[in-house]
Design a protein around this ligand. Structure first.
Ligand code: C2E
Ligand code: CA
Ligand code: CA
Length: 697
């Protein structure tokens, strides 16, 4: 059997019987084989097993049967060299087993004399498992490094007793350091800023076995960057070298920066950079605490700038922000050290004043007036000059409130109580009551449309020449389930403040059109119904188109509709108002200027706007017994309006005396209790059908 063919030198050099020697070779776990003349002359069972074949199938076979192509070249050379007697060491290579699978082997070959000729004797060890384990370890290491790099983390091992620290390659990458820095000393880590080294080492030395801990510190990278890391560690076990722990260091610099930015944003107005509501309240709280100690007062002023809102709507956020920044800069400049300026809303600034010495209301009013004056200087926005009309509400600790929030709310309640007029209002008990009622009104109004609590009343407008009804003003009525009847004079301002006037205005427009369509259908004499617009509606740039769509939807001609607006609404943004009014006028809707005489604008200024009718306020409607100067003011208004091709309607005519004076002054139309109060639609229809007229003068 070829199995027993033994290389004679082996036997001759050992004091073994041939059988024993064969037995030994067959039993060894190392593969052993001999190659001569390019064929296998001998192979032991271990070698055959490694190659998943039998000894028979090896001996006599060509030398390369177990070599995959990539190993051929190298193997051939090595065999030649060793056969020629050149010494070598263990080498590793891949072999291809009989079943085609690959195996990693370590080989040691040397030249021998076999049958008196040179041959190669080789020893073979299967290292597949070892190689696989190494490959896995390498792969794991690479993955860890990659993961660490991605997560901007690194790890390290700490030997607390000796103080040795070993850095992972991820940590080296994070710090931008090379292998040389892999080992360090806990107390002298060069990449921890000097002033924080003792802190980092101290935490490790105080660590308790098995109890994870985390803290933040900074690290210096090779490129000079300073990062903040979250350092999580745990002392794992007592090893030969004392207690050993592992730590994960994560770069949280970006996160920290973001947190800081969020913190800033949380405390600052985004546009002006002023302390926001929360920050101002914090400050007020501190001021109140301090003031409590020595019986001093803290004043909170809120300053509302309605134009900020108006300009954002009409000219866009850029213009609004520019205005806010300019006003904030002016206020910042004037505020003294005992005053803290903040921004409590998109159109609201606030100042907390720590009163030094005695509280003096007169002095405070003066201060508020000075602030208003500073704000009211014109601001140029592009080519437009904007003049702000601000209102101030004030509340005082301890008189009006004893917490910062209530102090702010009280000042805001006082602000709302200015009734839209520019000026200063101090908080009072009455204001508190009104504010409470306003809150209930707002709550009720939010339900009013859905609950079907709104109706329109109609007050006839009469032509003084013909004596007939020319139309009606639609006046809103609200009967609240909770509050009973609430007058529009009370709920309209609340609606405007709480952003409800848009929805309410929409309801009024539709209700008016629906009524007009109904009258038209029922063949009543054609009249015009005028509705009151709110400033929010006027600020809708596409108002005219919207009105047109609504008219069309109801099948009502534009000539049947009129709108009433006040000067202050027009003045908030004259350019936008002019555009919207022109569009409405083009449609054929009549435009009336309401409450004329109560504002400050002159008619000649307003003549640039397409106004059809001037509604002279009730305060200009006098009786024949009135002093002559007052009567002449009314006449002058009527004459001027006529010169400007506008008609005049006098409001609030309550007596016959007023009527005759107006008629003799050339007034065109009147409206008032004398002819009729505002009445439900049915009553107005009855007047129309009956052809109610002014009695003959
Ligand atoms: P306004 O537009 O000036 O309406 C005229 C107000 O004077 C009405 O008060 C009317 O009832 C009242 N009035 C009419 N004739 C006389 C009179 O001879 N003597 C006196 N003393 N008063 C008279 P009302 O209905 O309480 O409305 C108050 C204000 O509420 C209105 O003033 C208007 O600004 C607002 N308003 C009413 N309805 C609406 C609406 O639908 N939308 C908007 N935005 N505001 C409305
Ligand atoms: Ca009106
Ligand atoms: Ca009016």
């Amino acid at each position: 059997m070829s199995q027993t063919v033994l290389p004679p030198p082996l036997i001759s050099s050992a004091l073994l019987s041939a059988e024993t020697a064969v037995d030994l070779l067959n039993k060894t776990e190392q593969g052993i084989f001999v190659i001569q003349d390019d064929v296998y002359r001998y192979a032991n069972p271990a070698m055959a097993r490694m190659m998943r074949t039998s000894v028979d199938r090896v001996v006599g076979q060509p030398w390369d049967i177990f070599l995959p192509p990539q190993s051929l070249q190298h193997a051939k050379k090595t065999i030649e060299r060793r056969t020629a007697g050149k010494e070598g060491t263990w080498g590793e290579m891949k072999c291809k087993r009989a079943d085609g699978t690959l195996i990693d082997v370590r080989v040691y070959g040397r030249g021998i004399r076999f049958n008196d000729r040179f041959a190669l004797l080789a020893t073979l060890i299967d290292v597949s498992e070892l190689r696989e384990a190494v490959r896995r370890a390498q792969w794991n290491g690479q993955m860890l490094a990659r993961t660490e790099a991605l997560a901007r983390t690194g790890s390290m091992e700490v030997e607390c007793t000796g103080g040795d620290v070993y850095l992972s390659s991820g940590l080296l990458t994070l710090l931008g350091l090379d292998e040389a820095a892999q080992v360090g000393q806990l107390d002298a880590l060069a990449w921890v800023p000097a002033e924080e080294r003792a802190y980092v080492a101290g935490i490790w030395r105080a660590a308790v076995l098995g109890e994870p801990f985390e803290f933040q510190h900074r690290v210096d990278c090779a490129d000079g960057q300073r990062l903040t890391v979250l350092h999580r560690g745990v002392l794992q076990a007592k090893g030969e070298r004392g207690e050993v722990g592992v730590a994960l260091l994560q770069d949280i610099t970006a996160q920290r920066d973001a947190e800081q930015r969020i913190q800033e944003l949380a405390n600052q107005d985004e546009v002006t950079g002023l302390p926001n509501r929360a920050a101002l309240l914090d400050h007020a709280e501190a001021a109140i605490l301090a003031a409590r100690w020595d019986d001093r007062a803290v004043v909170l002023l809120v300053i509302e700038v309605p134009q900020l809102r108006a300009i954002r709507t009409s000219m866009g956020f850029g213009a609004g922000d520019a205005l806010a920044m300019t006003l904030a800069a002016r206020l910042r400049e004037t505020c003294a050290s005992h005053e803290m300026l903040g921004q409590t809303g998109d159109a609201e600034f606030a100042v907390v004043i720590e009163v030094e010495g005695e509280y003096d209301q007169a002095a405070l009013s003066q201060r508020a007036t000075a602030l208003l004056a500073i704000l009211s200087a014109p601001v140029m926005l592009g080519s437009a000059s904007v003049v702000t009309q601000c209102r101030v509400g004030a509340a005082v600790f301890p008189r009006d409130a004893d917490t910062p929030t209530v102090l702010l709310e009280s000042a805001q309640a006082a602000l709302f109580d200015t009734g839209g007029e520019s000026g200063i209002v101090f908080f009072s008990r009455d204001i508190a009551d009104r504010a409470q009622r306003a809150t209930r009104i707002e709550g009720g109004l939010r339900q009013a449309i859905a609950a079907d609590e709104l109706t329109l009343h109609f007050q006839p407008q009469v032509d003084l020449v013909s004596g007939t009804i020319r139309g009606a003003e639609a006046l809103l009525r609200w009967h609240s389930a909770d509050l009973g009847s609430v007058s529009p004079g009370e709920f309209i301002p609340v609606a405007e403040r709480s952003g409800l006037s848009g929805a309410i205005g929409e309801w009024v427009l539709n209700a008016a059109c629906r009524t007009l369509a109904d009258w038209q259908r029922r063949g009543l004499p054609p009249v015009r119904v005028s509705i009151n617009l709110s400033s929010a509606e006027l600020q809708q740039p596409d108002l005219a188109a919207h009105v047109q769509r609504t008219l069309l939807a109801h099948g009502v001609a534009p000539e049947r509709l009129g709108i009433e607006l006040t000067e202050s609404m027009l003045m908030a943004d004259v350019n936008l108002a002019a555009q919207v009014l022109r569009d409405l006028k083009l449609l054929g809707v009549e435009i009336a200027l309401d409450d004329f005489g109560t504002g400050f604008s002159s008619l000649s200024y307003l003549c640039r706007l397409p106004i059809d009718v001037v509604k002279v306020d009730r305060s200009f409607v006098h009786d024949v017994t009135a002093p002559v100067e007052e009567v002449s003011v009314t006449r002058a208004i009527i004459n001027l309006a006529h010169d400007l091709k506008m008609q005049v309607l006098a409001e609030g005519v309550e007596t016959e005396g007023q009527l005759s004076l107006l008629a003799s002054s050339g007034c065109d139309h009147i409206q008032g209790f004398w002819f009729s109060r505002p009445v439900p639609a049915a009553e107005f229809e009855a007047m129309l059908s009956a052809g109610k007229e002014l009695p003959e003068q």
